[in-house]
Design a protein around this ligand. Structure first.
Ligand code: ADP
Ligand code: MG
Ligand code: MG
Length: 500
């Protein structure tokens, strides 16, 4: 039933865009005759997959997610996607401001308490994170070393004819694909050359988030100040995306910084704090804990995982992110930051910074109990297609769209349960046509939507900011028929911007 609805929707969308979409694509990037040349596409597909393998755009398979005996290419688009130059640069230029914003919000207990007060009453995952936050807040701390590695994601809205960069969210924990996106430019350059598009191939930008993320990790390690101590990457039990991590890890090894990979269970089993709160796991002192896990409820398999998280937070190891920075990445905080006057309170002397940040905000609406929340519920139910309903979850596939918004809000509208969600304007990006290369999936020309991510890295010791940089980008593209879902969820694939 739902499938059928989806297909019908796709058909009507296709009809609507078949001409305009391809025409605009033709004038903005990859020409239509190339996209329609089936013989060439077949050839390019094979070359592209080999190129991805040769250049290390790799992922373990669904069938054997914890073995490197048989691996495949990570999913990617056959062609890069046109992105307006001005908007691309706007996204890069704002990254250091978002770094500062996240860092400042993370140091404001009052704001975090107030922003999350209603959420933690009904969302047990956020409440558990918040509990840890409260506990560590009460403990005396030395001068902290803070390391933030984040990714701010955007779509280009063209709802009212003008194109504008609009933020989807900021990921302050386990922001992924900085490794693989350092390799994808080689694949698209090669494909464009084979397709006789040399000029476009020259437009594919270099990108090296892995190096920038590692630079932050290395600086935090150095500030920690013990040659013997290691960087611990906290990982999931299912490790399909291990190569993405390895690129960052190997940058650290190249600097002679030792790296170990451990799971919550390992920390529970063999982790401890000494009297100076130094963290030891398997007998090794940990300088930096780099969380590539711990962002979803199911990552915490038992109470022991939560205890391990608390132990790591209490330690003097640098946490990337620390618990307060993790909380800054919640959708609820994003919504509260969009309230009038809030950005001003974090940048009291920088009206221009406030303007630049706010320009990227879409409409964000509270569903807290009270008149404002009631109005927002009514607004969403009247025109659900204009909004996205978001719970406090990460990893893709959690949001609610269209008629489902009405169903959910109808059942929750008089209950505090609704405060587990926030409401957001739905961004309407301009679709483009492309082929997605995914293992086991025949390539077909379909309408796609793209999301641009920008990696930020910063390091602070006490009040001293020692690094604040934009370290690269990530373009992800999915078939337009999917409302939601990331690369890890098998929906979106890796892409590169073709600046136009
Ligand atoms: P997650 O933390 O799970 O990645 P996101 O907020 O990024 O949550 O939402 C997941 C996906 O849903 C995004 O990658 C995007 O495709 C889609 N999405 C989220 N918010 C919006 C929005 N406001 N407008 C349009 N699509 C959205
Ligand atoms: Mg996220
Ligand atoms: Mg996201």
């Amino acid at each position: 039933m739902d499938m059928l609805k989806l297909e019908n929707k796709q058909l009507s969308l296709d009809k609507q865009f078949s001409l305009t979409g391809l025409m605009s694509m033709a004038s903005r990037g990859i020409p239509e005759e190339l996209l329609r040349n089936e013989v060439l596409i077949k050839e390019l597909e094979e070359i592209a997959k080999d190129s991805a393998l040769l250049h290390g755009v790799l992922m373990r398979t669904k069938e054997s997610p914890n073995s490197s005996e048989v691996v495949s290419y990570a999913p990617f688009t056959l062609f890069p996607t046109p992105v307006p130059t001005v908007l691309f640069h706007q996204a890069l230029e704002i990254a250091t401001h978002f770094n500062r914003l996240i860092d400042r919000v993370s140091q404001s207990p009052r704001f975090l308490e107030e922003a999350l007060a209603s959420t933690i009453k009904v969302d047990s995952f956020t409440a558990k994170l918040f509990n840890i936050y409260r506990q560590v807040q009460q403990e005396p701390r030395d001068t902290p070393i803070v390391l933030g590695l984040n990714r701010s994601d955007y779509m280009i809205d063209h709802a009212d004819g003008k194109e504008a960069l609009k933020q989807i969210e900021i990921n302050t924990i386990a922001a992924s694909f900085g490794g693989l996106s350092s390799r994808t430019p080689y694949v698209h350059r090669h494909i464009l050359k084979v397709a006789d598009r040399l000029e476009e191939s020259k437009l594919i930008l270099d990108n090296s988030p892995a190096a920038g993320l590692a630079k932050g990790l290395a600086l935090a390690w150095e500030l920690y100040g013990s040659q013997r101590a290691v960087v611990m990457v906290l990982v999931e039990d299912v490790q399909r995306n291990i190569y993405d991590h390895r690129y960052v890890e190997n940058e650290l090894w190249a600097r002679n910084i030792r790296v170990i990979r451990r799971q919550f269970e390992d920390v529970s089993r063999s982790g401890s704090l000494d009297q100076n709160k130094r963290l030891f796991v398997d007998g090794q002192e940990i300088a930096v804990v780099y969380f590539r896990n711990g962002y979803m409820p199911q990552n915490y398999k038992s109470e022991q995982s939560w205890e391990a998280r608390l132990m790591m937070e209490r330690s003097c190891a640098v946490k990337c992110p620390d618990i307060s920075t993790h909380l800054v990445g919640t959708k609820k905080v994003q919504q509260e930051l969009a309230r009038p006057g809030v950005l001003e309170s974090f940048f009291p002397d920088e009206p221009e910074t406030v303007t630049r940040i706010r320009a990227t905000f879409a409409g964000l609406y509270t569903l807290d109990m009270g008149e404002e929340g009631d109005q927002n519920v009514a607004m969403a139910m009247a025109k659900p297609d204009l909004y996205v309903l978001k719970p406090q979850r990460e990893g893709g596939g959690n949001n609610i769209y269209g008629d489902e918004i009405c169903r959910v809000l109808e059942s929750l509208k008089n209950s505090t349960e609704r405060t587990a969600y926030i409401l957001m304007d739905k961004i309407q990006p301009r679709p483009t046509y492309n082929y997605l290369c995914r293992k086991g999936d025949p390539v077909t020309l379909k309408m796609c939507l793209s999301e641009l991510g920008v990696f930020g890295a910063y390091v602070r010791r006490g009040t001293e900011v020692l690094m604040n940089e934009c370290v690269g980008h990530l373009l992800r593209t999915k078939y337009a028929e999917h409302a939601d879902g990331g690369v890890a969820a098998g929906v979106a694939v890796l892409d590169n911007p073709l600046l136009i």
